[in-house]
Unconditional design. Sequence first.
Length: 296
Amino acid sequence: MDWDKLRVFHSVAEAGSFTHAGESLNLSQSAVSRQISGLEEALRVPLFHRHARGLILTEQGETLYRTTREIFSKLAMTEALLAEGREQPKGPLKITTTVAFGSAWLTSHIKEFLDCYPEIEVSLLVDDHELDLSMREADVAIRMSPPRQPDLIQRQLMTIRFHIYASRAYLEEHGEPQSVEDLHKHRLIVYGQSTHPPFPNVNWLSNLARTSEGVPTSLLTVNNYYAIFRSCCAGIGIAALPDYMARTHEDLVPVLGDIEGPEVPAYFVYPEELRNSKRITVLRDFLLSQVNKSKF
């Protein structure tokens, strides 16, 4: 297959039209159309359904697009590695992590990293869904579960510990539970049902309350741990929170302090192709140093 035609095909599949692809490639619409027709003739299959409102990939086109997308993503990764300076790490670095960890911990520590490495262009993507590192949706991830994707390198950064917390305002109004059996009398703030929870056994608090005296009388379900933290700070109810997060708010106090939640390992994850990236190495070493200074 002709490389130039594949490059044009990839741009057309991304843009959805000959005109927009031509603009990005600095080619005329007719030149783009000829390249696609030539590729279709060489492969002897149609790659696009042509409509008045645009182009739609055929089944064969979808197959070719998946391959070209992977090729171009790997080329982009290689280009970034080659462009990386020999002395000072530089270039783009996309970091993804959960909304809670990114909002409550990483953003408060990233300034020092940016000051140390001003030529690294950091993009922080907070998302409770896992982004595909192999497709360059991000360069590195901090995840609360081991990666399921192949060809990824992982390093455990820390172990996150959970306890039960409530605001002083909530306890003044509703009283403090003295035992697990008292939890069903209180409003609990929990994660709720999810096919992709941020870590296993995410609803251990509500499960704990159910095993005592039935279902808690009041539940607020929130599908984001940072929002659970903010709800707890606002005095809405009792929540299971990571210790590192609860310590950032003076009004939160431990409840039933002898009860510990699950210990959740956090992993530093990146693709095999970036093993020798200086940007990845300095970020990993920086995070490890910050973790050693923090209490989790």
